[in-house]
Design a protein around this ligand. Structure first.
Ligand code: TMP
Ligand code: ZN
Length: 398
């Protein structure tokens, strides 16, 4: 199911510092029916390479197990749509406006934006059958499979070099970076712009977003790490833009070395070992705090539920050791997750309407990246006295 990977994926450094050890954890999106066989548990440990400043997991779970029937559907939330609107606007300034390829195109939501903006070649690459079918329904064609040199060659054969290649929150899921960067080079003409969006590790540690650490996220990105990864390749990092989505992300623009434009200077904060130790200490405190808060509410007879069966929610539920006794259910608007059990747990996932139907006393907003939007939407819960627990940074009760 998994293999050990304790050498740095970029520089092959063997002197990796251990940052966080979460023990054995279920796969964060392994939503199963009560009688279905689960994929199992794998170690979840975060390591840090002091040489190139990449953080990575100590294992790689077999991607066929992780992604075969992937329940993560690109969110249609207002927050996400606003991000897509800003992002597409920003990218339009950087590249030609005719053709785009998206790696990990999910259900085609972002590509539909480009189609509406007048791009005439709009193509996805997506391994999950269920997601490609959803994309097709909205008129987006996708190549089947993971992003490899072979897929890149197929795409170039069929549609030539594109103006833009975009990969949102997919690069950190890739094990073999050198192969992926080579394949990007194959996809890239002299004027192509590659936009890679990833969670930004300095934000992850500063805001103690430890729940972003799960088996799908193999790598945790800093700017020097990306530069080290590109060394010796035909690509370079030309620009980095910071966005607030998902608790802090960066979009890195890559261009071919022979594109004829000099890159600007790229500033980045330095991550120290002391920062990493503080992150691990704060993680333990956060877990202790949420656990004791929920246990004391339950002991007083209060009803506690979860909102948003995000991958992050699996991390919290496991780390706190919650069962159905503490958290009655987690509601979520993703049909594929509904009426299944939370990974590694007996807590059921239900539809979003449950919050208003049942009016629990406390709802833990596990989709804290959409907290404002969710709290605005769920007015009745609040009006009837319900309280939100936001497990992000300093855990807040609203
Ligand atoms: P994510 O943080 O990994 O994108 O997951 C967020 C989860 O929250 C996802 O399963 C969809 C769910 N969700 C809702 O159920 N209702 C909402 O209004 C929003 C914004 C998200
Ligand atoms: Zn390294």
């Amino acid at each position: 199911m998994y293999r050990i990977h304790n050498k740095c994926r970029i520089c092959s450094g063997e002197e990796m510092d251990e940052v966080l050890d979460l023990g054995l954890m279920p796969l964060a999106n392994d939503f199963c029916d009560a009688h279905q066989e689960h994929s199992g548990y794998a170690p979840l440990k975060l390591l840090w390479c002091p040489r190139c400043t990449l953080a990575q997991l100590s294992v790689v779970v077999n991607p066929n197990i992780l992604y075969y029937n992937y329940p993560y559907v690109t969110s249609k939330s207002q927050t996400m749509l606003e991000h897509f609107s800003v992002l597409t606007g920003d990218l339009m300034v950087e590249c030609g406006k005719k053709s785009v390829v998206e790696i990990g195109s999910n259900d085609g939501t972002l590509l539909e934006y480009f189609a509406k903006l007048g791009f005439d070649k709009v193509v996805g690459i997506e391994p999950a059958d269920n997601l490609r079918t959803l994309a097709k329904k909205r008129g987006i064609e996708s190549y089947r499979g993971f992003f490899t040199e072979a897929t890149a060659l197929d795409v170039v054969d069929e549609i030539g070099f594109t103006d833009l290649v975009i990969a949102r929150h997919v690069f950190c899921h890739i094990d073999n970076w050198h192969a992926a960067i080579h394949a990007l080079g194959v996809l890239c003409g002299k004027d192509t712009v590659i936009a890679i969006e990833v969670p930004y590790f300095p934000d992850t540690i500063a805001k103690v977003e430890w729940d972003q650490v799960y088996h799908e996220h193999l790598s945790y990105m800093t700017i020097p790490a990306m530069q080290a990864a590109l060394e010796g390749s035909m690509l370079h990092l030309s620009k980095v833009t910071h966005y607030p989505i998902h608790g802090g992300a960066i979009v890195m623009l890559l261009k071919r070395n022979d594109c004829g434009i000099q890159p600007g200077s790229l500033e980045s904060p330095k991550v120290t070992l002391a920062d990493l130790h503080k992150f691990a200490e704060s993680q333990a405190l956060q877990v202790k705090y949420l656990r004791s808060t929920v246990l004391s509410h339950v002991a007083e007879g209060k009803r506690v539920v979860g909102y948003g069966a995000s991958a992050k929610s699996t991390q919290w539920i496991q780390a706190c050791g919650f069962t159905r006794k503490q958290i009655k259910w987690v509601c979520d608007n993703t049909q594929q997750k509904q009426y299944k059990l939370m990974p590694g747990s007996d807590i059921p996932v239900v539809d979003e309407g449950a919050l208003t139907r049942e009016l629990p006393d406390y709802a833990i907003c596990f989709a804290w990246n959409f907290a404002e939007e969710i709290m605005t939407k769920e007015k009745i819960f609040k009006a009837k006295g319900g309280k939100w627990i936001i497990p992000h940074g300093e855990i807040k009760i609203v």
